[in-house]
Design a protein around this ligand. Sequence first.
Ligand SMILES: NC(=O)C1=CN([C@@H]2O[C@H](COP(=O)(O)OP(=O)(O)OC[C@H]3O[C@@H](n4cnc5c(N)ncnc54)[C@H](OP(=O)(O)O)[C@@H]3O)[C@@H](O)[C@H]2O)[C@@H](O)CC1
Ligand SMILES: Nc1ncnc2c1ncn2[C@@H]1O[C@H](COP(=O)(O)OP(=O)(O)O)[C@@H](O)[C@H]1O
Ligand SMILES: [K+]
Length: 493
Amino acid sequence: MPALLTPIEMAEADRLTIAAGPSGQVLMARAGLAVADAVSRSAPLGGRVAVICGPGNNGGDGYVVARILRHRGYRLTVFADAPPDSRAADAAAAFAEWQGPIEPLSEWSDASAGIVVDALYGAGLSRDIGGAAAELIARLNASACRVVAVDIPSGIDGATGQPRGAAVKAHETVTFYRRKPGHLLLPGRLHCGTIRVADIGISDDVLQAIGPKTFVNEPALWRGLFPFPRIAAHKYDRGHAVVVSGGLTQTGAARLAARGALRAGAGLVTLASPPEALSVNAAHLTAIMLMRMDGVTGLSEILADQRRNAVCLGPALGLGEATRGLVAEALASGAATVLDADALTSFAGEADKLFAGIKAWAERPVVLTPHAGEFGRLFGPDQAGSKLEAARSAAARAGAVVVLKGPDTVVAAPDGRAAIAANAPPWLATAGSGDVLAGIVTGLLAARMPAFEAAAAGVWLHGEAGLAAGIGLIAEDLPEVLPGVLKALRAAE
Ligand SMILES: NC(=O)C1=CN([C@@H]2O[C@H](COP(=O)(O)OP(=O)(O)OC[C@H]3O[C@@H](n4cnc5c(N)ncnc54)[C@H](OP(=O)(O)O)[C@@H]3O)[C@@H](O)[C@H]2O)[C@@H](O)CC1
Ligand SMILES: Nc1ncnc2c1ncn2[C@@H]1O[C@H](COP(=O)(O)OP(=O)(O)O)[C@@H](O)[C@H]1O
Ligand SMILES: [K+]
């Protein structure tokens, strides 16, 4: 499983490992070696390297890096305002072995070296950075130096990705054992540069004891449940998705979602269209079927056929009572339900009514796909904590899987599991792209993938489709490049 560990869980991984064998000093030596190797890869031998060390074990890693690089023939200066804190015993040991010069933080300038190792603060960042450290970070970020961060750029909170007071901008970050949420959540990800995960000898077995619930959104998380077509399958085995269209001048969004659902793997897709929009929808559809839907009764008739097992509402559906009625009908039908855009905003101020409808049939899968604005309107603008925690508590409150979209889309389940995406290119921010995502997730639900995995897989496929289409992408392109993405996913099985 592609687990992410919070700083607290990582400290537990260290503790369990040390209890079972290698000492903290051995782990620190391996951590320092991995960082030194990263520096050696990009710095010519004999060059100048500055290592900035803080008072904890992150600084301890820094002293190890300095010692190894000096031994390799680099010209080293350590910058630190104090020796390691008495509570950081491993760091104190590394400090004792450092034989070279130490300058105060205020003395650092970009003339000191072209390569800087940032070992100020890592997992132990406990408050906002101020004083000489904050001043140094400002000068470092303004310089042309190449910065290699130890574990995480100093000042970025490993649990949230948020900067605390000041935060280093690194070109490369070497972290240990597993990435942390702060490496993937914005703005943390933008501070990390290239991320390397070094093996420092912590066994995969410790994950069982820790039971992490946060993951990188990668195929390893959900591939085992992906509904690859089976040789003996009938199209109805692959599920029948229904997408509800908006009115006469608002039909494109639903067609984008419908095409996403069909390409993602639903065996059949039906567009349920208000009577006045039938002809415009008919003019644009071929493989996707079209049905007349006259209000709530019409949707009820369509979903009465239990083979229509997944439904998507929201893209350009319109705001207000009519949409709330359609959502209530969909939730009452028992079909897996994806609610996006207007289907979410229509419940602004009445979110608990929506959540009651969802929880009335707890085993029926429901996925909500808000962007940040829709999320704020539904769940309230002032969510405490990180994007990860906001999505997680929203999922628990709604009783549904929540896909909180953006460059670092978080998929969260009511049981606490969460996945953070790292593959979405910025050109996915284009009109209609979210509609296609809602459709892809609906298609996977129709094919009977469980909700958390369907949402995570949908987000990943959407990101890969964005990468495959490349810059210049428009929403129509996304479903059309999905076959190539699915082919690669299947080949990697
Ligand atoms: N454990 C292991 O075996 C391994 C650990 N490894 C390494 O250890 C790192 C974690 O080490 P760590 O826990 O000592 O925390 P670290 O990030 O050095 O900071 C703590 C110190 O900073 C201080 N401080 C915090 N915030 C501050 C602020 N804003 N402004 C000023 N001061 C601030 C804080 O003070 P306090 O809050 O306690 O008063 C304390 O003195 C981890 O990232 C990895 O690099 C690897 O070697 C692999 C093996
Ligand atoms: N900067 C970005 N980088 C990567 N992906 C992004 C970025 N901005 C938005 N996205 C993705 O693009 C999609 C936009 O969806 P949404 O905001 O609902 O747009 P629309 O309503 O136009 O379809 C989401 O999947 C979101 O995660
Ligand atoms: K650091």
